[in-house]
Design a protein around this ligand. Structure first.
Ligand code: KIV
Ligand code: ZN
Length: 552
């Protein structure tokens, strides 16, 4: 494959994607997503913004050594992906980015500075000449640390092209190896964005010797169209996120670009190294790790993307699949595979199926999952791969479990007040039992949990969905809570510098929807406590714990 017909896929789910409000992931989740991206075959992973906080730096460092240090098992390529860290155009950011990525086999520093008049005047308060000097200084400083440097002129889509050309020329001379062109606010249209890339190739000395990259936002719903226009104009790296998550309306979605190049290969004649059969799984993994659901009509990975409801379509599909289907569902990893394991099946076969689905689980976690699978298989005729994925993601513990649900009993219906009794293990290792009444069973359960935990948080969102069809389906509950009692200590946003209120999500899966609700809520609470150890120290038990005899 020649470099001219190869499009590098640069995934920024863990950086721009994580900038979506409330998408905060734990370090363990980031590592799992990074591993899955590596297996998917992405060329580069933007692992984070290391200057944001010590935790972010640590997460990038871990990904650099554990995912970027060697080829992950199952990765289509023998080489590990490039691991990239973002840095504003400032020495301390660049040093932090280098600290984060230097353990990777192929490290990259990505530095950026705004070039639109609007950003330069109002955000940076810098003149054009000052911006040119800063680009020269920071790109060459980055290059003194690392061979592989990406430079982005932020808000390129609204920059004066003549000035942009000068900035990019300076960046190339200072040592940039990739020039990434962001449409930061999703303002351009495909013809404009394609012309911008073509203009850069034509007018910037040295542009044909570096990799041109495109980075689009979806504010007008044009991110994928703009990215494709950029590729047609000669860009050979696309910056994307799984499910298109990202700032505001999001970024270009990885699955859309990859499947456009694949499905319309005859038109584009371009390749990527992505194993598209893993797309559906990645989409679910990112959705559960970030708590951001995928809209049902989302292209490629939405629940309805391959569903043919209407009579005319079904008739056509039965006569010939291609009448209404331009891609086979299997090519994106959507299979109807039923797990042919029943309640008499062994743990080995169960582990093998999980491995086939891409999960490496063994020891104690496998034993726990197997127990839950048995329970489910007892209650259901068929257990699907989607059920299994839900069980695995439900088992994945948050970084620390401060409060653990040991038991729950609920009374509800039309004959009395909905009442819930919860049994929780607290951070002190003791068991607390508390009962509460509420407007319904979930409200009562959350009130009982609140009475033990006393979280300073507000419930923002609560949603339930059935993973598979049928009355006996596994139900999945997602919640979001917003920390509420103190000044937000959220990490600083790389671009606008604001520290947003911190939002935490949690999700739980169970055939009992109230149990799933309790688990989801506790996961969100545990996440909140995990980011602020002082909160654990401030926790005061609500009353005496129950004795071992009472706890049974
Ligand atoms: O959208 C944007 O401009 C960015 C840059 C930091 C590349 O995300
Ligand atoms: Zn962006």
């Amino acid at each position: 494959m020649s470099v001219h017909n190869y499009v590098r896929i640069f995934d920024t789910t863990l950086r721009d994607g994580e900038q979506s409000p409330g998408a905060t992931m734990t370090s363990a989740e980031k590592l799992e997503v990074a591993r899955a991206l590596s297996r998917l075959g992405v060329d580069a992973i933007e692992a984070g913004f290391p200057a944001a906080s010590p935790d972010d730096l640590e997460a990038v460092r871990t990904i650099a050594s554990r995912v970027g240090g060697q080829s992950v098992e199952g990765r289509p390529s023998a080489e590990p992906p490039v691991i990239c860290g973002l840095a504003r155009a400032a020495k301390k950011d660049i040093d932090a980015a280098w600290e984060g990525v230097r353990g990777a086999k192929h490290p990259r520093i990505h530095t950026f500075l705004a070039t639109s008049d609007l950003h330069m005047q109002h955000k940076l308060r810098m003149s054009r000449e000052e911006v040119l000097a800063k680009v020269q200084e920071t790109v060459s400083y980055s290059r003194s640390l690392c061979e592989d440097i990406e430079f982005s002129p932020e808000d390129a889509g609204r920059s004066d092209p003549q000035f942009l050309y000068r900035v990019l020329e300076v960046a190339i001379k200072a040592g940039a190896t990739t020039l990434n062109i962001p449409d930061t606010v999703g303002y351009t249209t495909p013809d404009e964005f394609g012309a911008l890339i073509a203009g850069i190739r034509e007018n910037v000395p040295g542009a044909k010797d570096v990799v041109l990259s495109v980075h689009c936002h979806d504010d007008l719903g044009l991110a994928t169209a703009n990215t494709m226009a950029g590729i047609m104009a000669g860009a050979r790296q696309a910056e994307v996120t799984i499910n298109g998550i990202g700032e505001r309306a999001g970024n270009t979605s990885l699955e859309e670009v990859v499947m456009t190049l694949r499905t319309r290969h005859a038109k584009f004649g371009l390749e990527t190294a992505i194993d598209s059969t893993q797309l559906t799984r990645l989409s679910r993994l990112v959705s559960t790790s970030t708590g951001i659901p995928v809209q049902p009509n989302k292209a490629i990975v939405g629940a309805n993307a391959f569903a043919h409801e209407s009579g005319i379509h079904q008739d056509g599909m039965l006569k010939h699949e291609e009448t209404y289907e331009i891609m086979r569902p299997e090519t994106v990893g959507l299979t109807q595979t039923r797990l042919v394991l029943g309640k008499h099946s062994g743990r080995h076969a169960f582990g093998v199926r999980l491995a086939e689905l891409g999960y490496r689980v063994d020891g104690e976690p496998l034993a726990r999952l197997f127990q839950r699978f048995k329970g489910l298989a007892d209650r259901r005729k068929q257990v699907t791969d989607a059920d299994l994925e839900a069980l695995v993601s439900d088992e994945a513990p948050p970084e620390a479990e401060f409060f653990v649900l040991e038991g729950l009993q609920v009374a509800c219906g039309t004959m009395g007040m909905p009442t819930a009794t919860v049994r929780l293990r607290g951070p002190d290792g003791q068991t607390y039992v508390h009962a509460a009444v509420g407007t319904g069973p979930v409200d009562a359960t959350y009130k009982a949990i609140d009475a033990v935990v006393e979280p300073s948080a507000t419930l923002l969102e609560f949603s339930v969905h059935a993973i598979t069809e049928g009355i006996d389906a596994l139900g999945e509950v997602s919640v979001r809570i917003r920390e509420g009692a103190r000044e937000s200590a959220g990490k600083v946003n790389a671009q606008h510098g604001v520290r947003p209120w911190r939002v935490f999500h949690g999700h739980g899966a169970d055939t009992d929807i109230i149990v799933a609700s309790a688990k989801a809520y506790l996961k969100a609470i545990n996440r909140m406590f995990a980011t602020d150890p002082d909160q654990v120290g401030r926790w005061v038990p609500p009353h005496e714990p129950v004795t071992a005899a009472q706890a049974g």
